[in-house]
Design a protein around this ligand. Sequence first.
Ligand SMILES: *[C@@H]1O[C@H](CO)[C@@H](O)[C@H](O)[C@H]1NC(C)=O
Length: 195
Amino acid sequence: MNPVITLTKPKKSQKTMNKNNLSLHLLLLLLTISLPSTQSDDDLIDQICKKTPFYDLCTSTLKSNADPQNTDTKGLAGVMAGILLSNATDTLSYIRGQISETSDPQMERVLAYCAELYIPVVKYNLPQAIDALSKGRFEFASDGISDAAKQADACEKKLSGPLKLSPLSERNRLLHSLSDVAVAIVKLLLKGLIK
Ligand SMILES: *[C@@H]1O[C@H](CO)[C@@H](O)[C@H](O)[C@H]1NC(C)=O
């Protein structure tokens, strides 16, 4: 009995397997035909991110914010700086929200201090840096972008008590890392290392 079963059963599944294999091959073929440019973009992102201090953050940020108009190093630096700006903007409004919620004067003072630090970053430093980047003024862009990390650090230093392990602290650290990554990419442009 057993041999018969094992002889007939595989025959059936073999057929389905072949069908599946065929559609899988077709799918892979279609993918390789239709996605060549994405492939090379990913390669450039990989190559660039290896030269930054936070490879994972760099690749995940650039890949999830892919902009078909900005696929060269300068464009990717711009994408990264843009994400940094939107993160800083988001953090500033988070701080303002916290200020309106707290009734602790000490906490309010610290939050107001941090808001004062983030305001120029959001209003001037980063927008000007992004503009400079698009004009090829990489040194100026690098300075403006690194200001974001400096202000995030200055805010972080003031945090104590419950604020020390708060979402704000988390945001300060992410902003610092995003700023470091963006600066590292701009430095590649400055050195002309990766076109
Ligand atoms: C901040 O940056 C992180 C990391 O790339 C990203 O996932 C998140 O969406 C950004 N937040 C905003 C508001 O841009």
